[in-house]
Design a protein. Sequence first.
Lengths: 336, 323
Amino acid sequence: MTKKTYLAAINEALRQEMTRDESVILIGEDVAGGQASSGGPGKVGGVFGVTSGLYDEFGAERVIDTPISESAIIGTANGAALTGLRPVAEIMFVDFIGVCMDQVYNQAAKFRYMFGGKAKTPWVLRSMIGAGLRAGAQHSQTLHPVFTMIPGLKVVMPTNAYDAKGLMIQAIRDDDPVVFLESKLLYQTEEDVPDEAYAIPFGEAEYVREGDDVTVVAVGPAMLHAKAAAERLASEGIDCEIIDPRTTSPLDEQTILESIERTGRLVVVDESPPRCSLAADIAATVADKGFKSLRAPVKTVTCPHTPVPFAPTLEDAFLPNASRIVDAVKHVKAYV
Amino acid sequence: MHEMSEYDLKRAFRRMSAIRQFEERVEKEFALGNIPGFAHVYLGQEASGVGICHDLTNDDWIGSTHRGHGHCLAKGCDITGMMFEIMGKAGGLCRGKGGSMHIADFDRGMLGANAIVGGSPPIAVGAALTQKLRRTGHVAVAFGGDGSSNQGTTFEAMNMAVVLKVPAIFVIEDNGYGEHTGVDYAVGAESIADRAAAFGMPAETVDGADFFAVHAAMARALDGARGGSGPATIVTECPRYLGHFVGDPQPYRTEKELADARARDALKNFRARVTEAQRLKDADLDGIEAELAAEIDQAVTAAVQAPFPDIDELETDVYASAY
Ligand SMILES: Cc1ncc(C[n+]2csc(CCOP(=O)(O)OP(=O)(O)O)c2C)c(N)n1
Ligand SMILES: [Mg+2]
């Protein structure tokens, strides 16, 4: 066990699975970098370095740089997956999904069902989510609700290095198309991560913190703020239970419902606009299946119904933060 | 050059110099932490944008890319308004909501920088359709990089422009790289222009460090587009002085390649040509450079001190009609 960053944990998962199974390939823009350059290929390894070193280890046949052609990247992953490879395809920033969405939601997600259970599409679509880097409206979104609502896709949102490795290994071994959403702001966070390979099953939420007063469910990058809020609230005598669903599809409803049986109060934190968000989805599920447990209305903490602004003042106001979560928790705690 | 007036020559130099100095300053201010986010600069590509935009009016449209500062300046956008925007300030051309990759200025016929590679070509087809239906005689230009020429949206837009016979001009700026990948790897065909020509439009390749070559190619494309014969493509071959973004360490480029890129200098080229032909004097050009240096300096000083947008702006301008 050594401390590793979230970024290094994903890199290690990719390396170990590529070593274990020669059908695993990487495909995307600049996953190696430097093709047809004076300095030679393999020196980049993705814009933040998640795939660094893999080109040198596995070569150009398995670490495939592509032209800027997202439809063809996912289409290629589709065809390769249907015929026996296990592609890990990268769509750099999740915002670029618009260019290739047909191959994701009309093709990959539906093959198995439309073809009467005959097809398997074992790919992983890696992509980065999240605001906070001042990257503007087309490089900052968290589009997990868009994927979560599509039957046939599985959606993974690791919030720490340990989960990132185990969930990536599961994603690669899984026989379905898995959208693996990496939070940019978490790349440099560190955890103890086992050196050996391990898989974390999908649909199993994790208790990040146990507490009896209020259940806080947070997904993806929002987890940072949920943890900070819980610390602050603990010093004021309010004990939050934080739940990380880890995968939004499948969603571990059971763990959330069990927690609410004890706390009777729920705040859901989600860095996406409020309408049709995961926050709205979980709130609705709890209103339906956990109504008797609830002792207060469910509160959600999300972004506003706007694109992501560029100016630092606006982007900071746009994002969920610890103070807003503290306020929401106090509100539901005070409700009698 | 000979058919260009002294005023025109000075204006072309002014715009190229504005881009050069503006971008060098962006590089500096970025390092100082005054520019949030990412910055993709246009250093080395000045003659491409300025040559293309020289004969466009405020009623002709351009759509740009993530590397858009040069296109904005070439189309006449305000230096101060741009610097404010890039720093995220309330007084910016998009009130600080857009940033470097989303500068738009409709009064100048600038439909927006675009952070989605291949975003602008289809939009330019639409802008050109408006010109056709309204019989304005104006055109729409889509800028894109060599990398964007591999995007399906670009192919679709090129074909549709031919089918609809609209006055759209596709400008592919080949700076040798899409991010960190060389064009010879990512473009399967020998020539990007040949691919465009295969859709059924005139297409040519010119030296993107030579203002006069770009300008002449654009004059041919404009003749066709304004004359009603439809779209055209121009590929401008440009050097890329810096990395993909400011701060890119470029381990994939050798020192020699970087030096060779710098040796292709649109401004030095232009200066040599116009002074040798005795059209302009070095002193004229030096004066223009000095004026711009002062203007950019003032813009930066003002932008650094200017306020960020008030958070009341967060939820405004999501919709145009009532919501
Ligand atoms: C649809 C889409 N895919 C990928 C990216 C990431 N990206 C930004 S710029 C760029 C390279 C563009 O290359 P090129 O078109 O040659 O323009 P240049 O940067 O060289 O000006 C890439 C891949 C993006 N912004 N949009
Ligand atoms: Mg390029």
